[in-house]
Design a protein around this ligand. Sequence first.
Ligand code: NAP
Length: 316
Amino acid sequence: MVVLVTGATGFLGRRVVHELLERGHEVRCLVHTPGKERMFSHREVEVQYGSIRDPVSLSNAFYDVEAVVHLVGIIRPRRRESFEDVHREGTANVLSAAKEGGARHFLHVSVIGAANDRSYPYLYTKWLGEQEVINGGIPYTIFRPSVLFGEGDEFVNALAGLVRLFPLVPVIGSGKNRYHPLAADDLARCIGITLGREDLKGQTLDLGGADRMSYNDLVSEVAKAMGKRRLRFHLPTWPMYAVAALSQGFMPRPPITTDQIKMLGIRSVAEVGEVERVFGFTPRPMEGNIDFVNSVGVADGIQMLLGSMPRHIRDH
Ligand SMILES: NC(=O)c1ccc[n+]([C@@H]2O[C@H](COP(=O)([O-])OP(=O)(O)OC[C@H]3O[C@@H](n4cnc5c(N)ncnc54)[C@H](OP(=O)(O)O)[C@@H]3O)[C@@H](O)[C@H]2O)c1
């Protein structure tokens, strides 16, 4: 029987696919943009094309599945897809297809801080997605990670762009907000371990990595990995909020959104030692594991400020 992965071609998805193959699972990938499956060797995985917004495409893809790993999520709304379309309605569609396909375990990636609070649309719709899963009728495990890091990520690479460009790194607000960065490879390992763990069915797990860090610590860690000494320059939140609101009006992919600025006020930390306790391994720290930031050059930093990710840094 097969494990179906949605969002398989994404930053986390490709790592999950690799992890599942290493563990000897048969893997079927739901591919949203045809062509992206080229990142996998065809002999290794089965590919089905479809959108989680299109139930018909899902019913073709979800036959005879033992488990489903649902990873699709968006960090900014798209022209034709709102947060709610993807996080709630899309998740409901995936659950129906998974049920019809016979899935006996539904592994769902949400986010720390997902809550029933409409003032944070990303977190609110991730919470709505969780509610669909909890009430969906398939034994589930929900993962709620803090920010993920690894080659191809958006967060740490964007910080690297700022460090590369500015001797004084701009930070919105005090920079004291707390994160608990987890390596995407480590979350993929947790997901791999969870398949076959009956005791993790029905559980919602907040997960962080080796260290809790403030945003200011993250800037220092990225600068250190790039061999730079950097001071910070703190920008007041409300004017930046206005700038973000304005740029959302005319930029298709603004470097930061009003929703992301609001979320800077949310603590994104899990219990210390949760990964060790539940999964039996020690997650890697950021220190020594973010050398990829050195591939961010000056031109890349400018491109990111203008709202697009260079393809050699993140290919989607
Ligand atoms: N990255 C983080 O720091 C972080 C932190 C906490 C939680 N999470 C959660 O982790 C999950 C994975 O995140 P990620 O960073 O790997 O995201 P990502 O790199 O943006 O990948 C998203 C994947 O979903 C696919 N997708 C988008 N819309 C789709 C649709 N309508 N139908 C089918 N597939 C669709 C994308 O395919 P196309 O590119 O072809 O559209 C892509 O493969 C998300 O649920 C996210 O909320 C991420």
